[in-house]
Design a protein around this ligand. Structure first.
Ligand SMILES: [Zn+2]
Length: 444
């Protein structure tokens, strides 16, 4: 945390030097320990002998598919095997449980529907925790009592948000996970009883709570509000401010790196943490775009030595600004961080009341053997899941059904919503946008 604080006072040039040094260290590490990177880079003439003259743009990018298809060779730790990690995820739902007692495992299917794994060793995870506390949460320490942190989002598995939020209190406080997938009444009761000092979670979840506060259903007074995951729109920000009397802080995180950027006290720009990452905006042919113009994000995570991501293609469109923000931080900023807005699915409960299925529950759905899927609401209380399966078809289908049933049970929608599964070989992109659509709600 001291090193992070120090970097905040660096000049742009000092920051660049630190980034380059960390990049070279990581590159040396992957060329020594990752069989995948060794052979992938060798094809491009890059080896341990010539890496001194290599800069990040000389390296070929990688994608989620390349990473997952070569997983066991990709990671730098030979103990990590994709199959074993998936078995662990199938049996462990507690986000604080570590794989082999030391690795933090994060899984996501993401908006593009392909399931992927991200593993962090203890040293990698320590950097994340420090980034989170020093640059995002910045808690007011109470000397007479422990601080209370709550997180609203998907909480019953190894998802990025809850795994991270649950780490904060270990240092100095208490933690309450609020499952976005439980009935609204339960969420209200729990948050009212807990009275969080720090309210964190999905932007849409915090927005939901702010509406409940305005309706008088809850009365909480968080000192700090931290939004992430799904987009925080102008209207959502205003409602949250009105309800809690505080500006929410927006921060950018993904499974690929759990703390990439956060808003400064000016509450406008998100600063990219370039001491521990390299961010590049590129066009569809993966060529760099000019500063200030939109591009797809390529991420290099400089602290994950277990599963290193170097020029990894994210599915986020960003604009990287070189101009200073106006605050004291040396970090560049991003804007137009689109982030995909997936849609809520609305169903009726057995009592005839409308209740939602939050899109993140589907975005982060994990079932071993489920490679890709799409959800289509075919009638008010009926949905079709198109699934691409890898492995034993019947077993995977049963596992999907069981997981979806747990989700519906949590929302008390299990009695009313009918789920149909269809095994397919291929799921086309939306012909209108050319992009993958994970969730298609019922029209009107
Ligand atoms: Zn700033």
């Amino acid at each position: 945390m001291l090193a992070l604080k120090k970097a905040e006072c660096f000049s742009v040039e000092q920051l660049q030097n630190l980034q380059t040094k960390r990049f070279k260290n990581l590159l040396r590490h992957v060329l020594k320990y990752s069989r995948f990177y060794q052979s992938y880079y060798k094809k491009h003439g890059i080896t341990l002998d010539n890496l001194e003259n290599i800069s990040v743009i000389d390296l070929p990018p990688i994608s989620k598919e390349i990473m997952m298809d070569n997983y066991d060779d990709f990671v730098c730790d030979r103990f990590l095997k994709r199959k074993k990690i998936e078995e662990f995820l199938s049996s462990s739902k507690e986000p604080r449980e570590k794989y082999r007692n030391s690795y933090t495992v994060i899984h996501t299917s993401g908006s593009c529907g392909t399931i992927s794994l991200f593993v962090y060793g203890p040293d990698d995870w320590a950097v994340i925790k420090a980034l989170l506390v020093a640059r995002v949460v910045k808690p007011n320490i109470h000397f007479l009592r422990r601080i209370k942190v709550s997180f609203i989002g998907a909480t019953d598995g190894h998802y990025a948000g809850v795994s991270l939020a649950s780490e904060v209190p270990r240092v100095f406080g208490r933690f309450l996970p609020l499952s976005i997938n439980s009935p609204l009444e339960t969420i209200d009761q729990k948050s009212d009883a807990f009275h969080p000092d720090v309210l964190s979670g999905y932007s849409s979840g915090i927005h939901l709570l702010s509406q409940e506060q305005l309706k008088g259903n809850i009365t909480i007074r968080p000192e700090r509000i931290i939004c992430t995951s799904d987009p925080l729109t102008f209207e959502m920000r205003n409602t949250i401010k009105q309800a809690f009397g505080r500006e929410p802080v927006n921060f950018y995180a993904g499974s690929e790196s759990l703390t990439m950027a956060a808003q400064c006290e000016r509450h406008e720009n998100l600063h990219l943490f370039t001491d521990w990452h390299i961010f590049e905006a590129v066009d569809d042919d993966l060529r760099p775009v000019a500063a200030g113009t939109p591009g797809n994000l390529l991420l290099t995570n400089l602290y994950n030595y277990t599963q290193p991501l170097i020029r990894y293609q994210m599915h986020d469109e960003v604009v990287i600004n070189e101009q200073p923000c106006g605050c004291r931080l040396p970090f560049p900023t991003i804007r137009n961080l689109a982030g995909r807005q997936e849609e809520f699915l609305w169903f009726d409960t057995a009592e005839g009341k409308p209740d939602y299925l939050h899109p993140i529950v589907l975005v982060e759905l994990f079932v071993a053997g489920l490679k890709k899927f799409q959800v289509i609401q075919t009638q008010r209380n009926e949905m079709l899941m198109k699934v691409i399966i890898d492995g034993n078809k019947e077993a995977v289908l049963a596992a999907i059904r069981q997981r979806m049933n747990e989700i519906f049970l949590g929302k008390k929608l299990d009695k009313t919503v009918k789920l149909n599964l269809e095994v397919v070989e291929y799921i086309p992109n939306d012909p209108k946008t050319g992009k993958y659509k994970l969730i298609i709600p019922l029209k009107n």
